[in-house]
Design a protein around this ligand. Structure first.
Ligand SMILES: *[C@@H]1O[C@H](CO)[C@@H](O)[C@H](O)[C@H]1NC(C)=O
Length: 241
């Protein structure tokens, strides 16, 4: 009786393996033609649009004088690249430790792609973009507002959350208070995301995820804490968990 049951189980498991193998074969045969032909149907992405945007020469010299590496630090490394509106992308680069931002014009019509940096409207990238190409950093652009969690000094020690930009011709800028030093303590930013709160989009919140060293307890205590900061999108409030 027992042996019988074992055999039946074994047979069933073999059946199962066979079934599995067959299914795999059928699936492969089903998908092979798709894989085979799809290659010809996908148009190759042509990378014909390029923007040449080096750091200013004098900034590169100053950067090198400060002991930074000419190739890996004293150039314009892009850290922000976010859609601003239907026709423009907002872009910031480290500008050889002198952050700089501007708009890339995409053109109004699909047939008529422009893809050009508007060099007449460049602006300071301080508090929007880090100085250092390797600095941990987070930013997101929502409703024409740029939210950044960034270091904003040459040494990369001072950190802040900021909101900048806004609708064209009505730019506002706010940041976490300098005097309230207990808000951020050498934060290392990881990511930032808009997250809905209720059915009302006005209630959406911007969440910042970051790490920082603990400020509680003695100075010898170097505990690193994971933190979440939350900024309201409409009226301004800031909470730190
Ligand atoms: C998008 O923003 C740019 C820069 O402010 C502005 O010049 C342009 O007119 C805007 N486009 C639309 C469709 O609002």
């Amino acid at each position: 009786m027992n042996a019988n049951k074992d055999d039946r189980l074994k047979a069933r498991s073999q059946d199962f393996h066979l079934f599995h193998a067959l299914m795999m074969l059928i699936m492969t045969m089903l998908f092979l033609p798709v894989i085979g032909t799809s290659k010809q149907n996908i148009p190759r992405l042509k990378l014909t649009y390029k923007i040449y945007w080096p750091a200013a020469k004098e900034r590169v010299e100053l950067c090198k004088l400060a002991g930074k590496d000419a190739n890996t630090e004293c150039a314009n490394f892009i850290r922000v690249l976010q859609p601003y509106n239907k026709t423009h992308i907002y872009v910031c680069g480290t500008g050889a430790f002198h952050p700089i931002c501007g708009y890339i014009d995409l053109g109004a019509y699909k047939e008529d792609i422009i893809f050009k940096l508007d060099t007449h409207n460049l602006e300071s990238g301080r508090l929007k973009c880090p100085f250092d190409p390797l600095q941990p950093f987070a930013s997101v652009l929502v409703d024409e507002n740029l939210y950044s969690g960034t270091a904003y000094d040459f040494l990369g020690k001072e950190t802040a959350f900021t909101r900048s930009l806004g609708p064209p011709n009505n730019h506002h800028y706010i940041r976490t208070d300098i005097s309230e030093y207990y808000w951020l303590n050498g934060a290392k930013f990881i990511g930032t995301f808009p997250i809905p709160d209720t059915y009302n989009p006005d209630d959406d919140k911007i969440y910042f995820f970051f790490r920082e060293s603990s400020q509680e307890g003695s100075t010898s205590d170097k505990t690193i804490l994971s933190r979440v900061g939350r900024v309201c999108k409409e009226y301004l409030c800031f909470e730190d968990r």
